[in-house]
Design a protein around this ligand. Sequence first.
Ligand code: TRP
Length: 332
Amino acid sequence: MTRRIFSGMQPTGELHLGNYLGALRNWVALQKDYECLYCVVDLHALTLPQDPSRLARNTRETAAAYFAAGVDPKRCPVFAQSAVPEHAYLHWLLSNHTPLGWLNRMTQFKDKAAKNRDLELLGLYSYPVLMAADILVYKATHVPVGEDQKQHLELSRDVAGAFNRHYGVDYFPLPEPQILGEATRVMSLRDGARKMSKSDESDYSRINLTDDPDAIRRKIQKAKTDPHPISETLEDLAKRPEADNLVTLFAALEGKPKKDVLARHAGRNFSGFKKDFADLAVAVLSPLTAKMRDFMKDEAEIDRLMKEAAARARPLASRHVREVKDIIGLWT
Ligand code: TRP
């Protein structure tokens, strides 16, 4: 079977360091060995209220971040989910093989709905089924995601398996999560128990991919730590969430294992370490930010690339939907 990668991000405003280290950077590395499709999942974004005048712009900006990070549009189509209607179509077909009990277990739904009762909508509830459809509509075999998406991916596997069993076929592959690198869980710079998130009200909690060097330095300087020097061992570090997060980010930015970072920096104070960290973050992110700005100067070119990508992706999706309809006994 073809090894095929699918992944996506929501166009919900600014991307941050967690999106880059936990996902984007891995996507770029994978495009050499796999057939890849990278999507901006604008239909998923509708599970939160969106300003119509911002949504299309955010979608374009997210695509620009993919390109700036090094996704090569010649190798991998980068397209908007809403440009390939087969995602939503397969969502319906798969929803008939998704017991509510499975959805009730999804921690992300429970968290979001508990925080805001207005979000208790069918769309948010079936978010993971749409995610399964995104992946399965291309019969993708591998899905690079951050740790937080692991449960959704397990649901995708379960739904694929349920469909195959129901019809006695071996049609859908069971997609494998690929959780790569040191920074699979990037935490807030203000609170080591919370994820770095674009919805956090404090901008100091995250480093945005559009932050300039001054902002990056300021945020790192203010990042929460504890008064102790850097740990000697990973076991000790694991007991210090904020310290652990900074060391993890440093390792991921360097592309080295965490224990290498400890070997070099154990015993140092965080004030000195933060200076090195800021230099490293600026060195890695500045070229990316500059490229993103360049891409955004030519919106028409991004739109052209995305349109072309959708036209490339769609025939595969529509062939698979036709095959699935045939298995089910629908009119094709
Ligand atoms: N739920 C993912 C996130 O918030 C985004 C997503 C939607 C996705 N569909 C996907 C990721 C399919 C991987 C594969 O990060």
